[in-house]
Design a protein around this ligand. Structure first.
Ligand code: NDP
Length: 282
């Protein structure tokens, strides 16, 4: 069994990025900049934001954080985004989701300038993904594709099943897999015979949000299993797949934690560097 080590791979990507950024700065360019907006005090979001800030600092991206109170108005939040859109030293804007009740996240995401949309959530970037045009890709799916590439696991011509159809993981992942020439099936809560679909897959991607949802008897021997889930349970962080049972059967599998999570953060840094390069060329 190959352990798809997202932690190790993400550190390699971060090291490569660090060197690229150093080289740009040695030529006299400014450092890349990422604005991180966190509204309210959701504990999981606070951890994610802290990890993203640390990762930025590690590679030489300047992160500028805005920690806002949960009672901020929609208008105030929108004004901040508009201000950041104009700031020349800010290459990327990250709005940590979910927003507290009463704030319209879709409106905010649509306000972020598409060239600073390093999370890849703006409809313009989503549309570009759909069309196969260059643009920012959602970090979790893009990070997963990089992880597969780094382990030489090519889904071309293979059957891929994605469980979950969210806008941030399932749908964009299905499109990236299609672009990579996989034959893609997307399953969700209304799928009739989920086990039958998953049993047929060479590549299984679980983005369900239910602890140990994918069991050993649901996958075929030799499948590649990518576990996106992060579920907080009494036993600690658990993925959407029953890792212990599946590791005997899989050709390759991601652990939780240490699989997709660190790749998501690495992709955010890659996207921010991409935005930076585009902005320097302007
Ligand atoms: P959502 O809750 O938005 O989507 C879950 C999807 O799973 C939905 O499409 C839903 O179907 C489907 N689903 C739920 N129950 C079943 C079921 N019984 N059978 C089949 N399908 C089902 O979650 P996200 O996509 O945002 O996240 C999924 C998981 O990934 C979560 O654990 C989240 O924490 C984690 N995550 C991890 C990231 C990382 O960096 N590692 C990043 C983002 C998310 P339907 O559409 O029909 O409701």
């Amino acid at each position: 069994m190959i352990l798809l080590d997202g932690k190790k791979t993400s550190l390699e990507i971060r090291q490569e990025l660090k060197e690229k950024i150093k080289a740009y700065m040695a030529k006299g360019h400014r450092a890349p900049g990422l604005a991180v907006i966190l509204v309210g005090d959701d504990p999981a979001s606070q951890v994610y934001v802290r990890n993203k800030e640390k990762a930025c600092a590690d590679v030489g991206i300047v992160s500028k954080s805005f920690r806002l109170s949960a009672d901020i108005s929609q208008q105030e939040l929108e004004s901040l985004i508009q201000k950041l859109n104009k700031e020349s030293e800010i290459d990327g804007i990250l709005l940590q989701l979910p927003l507290p009740k009463g704030l319209d996240s879709q409106r905010c995401l649509e306000l972020i300038s598409p060239d600073k949309d390093v999370d890849g959530f703006h409809p313009q970037n989503v549309g570009k993904l759909m069309l196969g045009l260059p643009g920012f890709r959602s970090c979790t799916p893009a990070g997963i594709m990089t992880l597969l590439q780094r382990y030489n696991l090519d889904p071309a011509g293979k059957k891929a099943v994605v469980i979950g159809r969210s806008n941030i993981v399932g749908k964009p992942l299905a499109l990236l897999l299609l672009q990579a020439n996989a034959t893609v099936t997307v399953c969700h809560s209304r799928t009739k015979d989920l086990t039958k679909e998953v049993l047929d897959a060479d590549f299984v991607f679980a983005a369900v949000g239910r602890a140990k949802f994918v069991k050993a008897d649901m996958v075929k021997p030799g499948a590649v299993i990518v576990d996106v889930g992060i579920n907080r349970t009494e036993q600690g962080l658990v993925g959407d797949c029953d890792f212990e049972a599946l590791k005997e059967k899989a050709l390759a599998i991601t652990p939780v934690p240490g699989g997709v999570g660190p790749m998501t953060i690495a992709q955010l840094l890659v996207n921010t560097f991409g935005a930076y390069k585009q902005h320097l060329d302007l």
